[in-house]
Ligand binder design. Structure first.
Ligand code: FMN
Length: 202
């Protein structure tokens, strides 16, 4: 079973979270994580003129862009975004809006999905972003999967991560590394989505 991890990331933090979600998915037998990025909407000239944006883009240069077939083939899907004013990024929302043809045919109905995100600050909108992302996913017919408190790191995290999904606090310069608790919560979502996806295919 493919577990699609589709994300947007300007500076690379959400990309690194996607890799951690993939690590968790790989722990489940028979599950293959597939990491895909959505199209950038920031003009290339702007990205090239900002060293920290360029470094983020360079980090992800080898990641293939997502296709509708990636969504069709997936048995479970994780959606990742940086927070933008307490909300989902325009780049990821743009991709979700392009799922209309699959929505019309009900092709995504019944697939499990989870959400993860990164913010600059601790109270900058992790939960609002995760909840905002969930609304279109419910319209599309996904079955939402979170991270329950059997994941002990939910009790100890000093950064991001909640039952609604993994989170990372990237700091004011977006350079704070993902810490151990945040990483464990990312892996937990990957593992859980993989397990639920497998069970639904039985
Ligand atoms: C236009 C814009 C709006 C942002 N809004 C928020 C916000 O509301 N709350 C917050 O904590 N961080 C905010 N940030 C910071 C980003 O969430 C942060 O850079 C991001 O999590 C880093 O992820 P990335 O490395 O994957 O791009 C904003 C950044 C930009 C560029």
């Amino acid at each position: 079973m493919n577990l699609l991890i589709v994300y947007y990331s300007t500076y690379g933090n959400v990309y690194k979270m996607a890799q951690l979600v993939a690590e968790g998915a790989r722990e489940v037998q028979g599950v293959e994580p597939v990491i895909r990025r959505v199209p950038e909407l920031i003009p290339a000239a702007v990205v090239d003129s900002r060293p920290e944006m360029k470094a983020g883009a360079d980090l992800q240069r080898e990641v293939p862009p997502v296709t509708l077939d990636d969504f069709r083939k997936a048995g479970a899907i994780a959606f990742g975004t940086p927070t933008r004013f307490g909300n989902v990024s325009a780049q990821l929302k743009n991709q979700i809006d392009q799922l209309t043809s699959l929505w019309m045919k009900g092709e995504l109905e019944g697939k499990p999905a989870g959400v993860f995100n990164s913010t600059g600050s601790l109270h900058g909108g992790q939960e609002t972003t995760l909840f905002t992302m969930m609304a279109p996913l419910l319209h599309l017919g996904f079955i939402l999967v979170g991270v329950p408190y059997s994941t002990q790191e939910l009790f100890t995290t000093q950064g991001g991560g909640s039952p609604y999904g993994p989170g990372h606090v990237a700091g004011p310069d977006s350079q704070r590394p993902i810490d151990q608790q945040e990483a464990a919560i990312c892996r937990a979502l990957g593992r859980r989505l993989a397990e639920v996806g497998r069970k639904l295919q039985e």
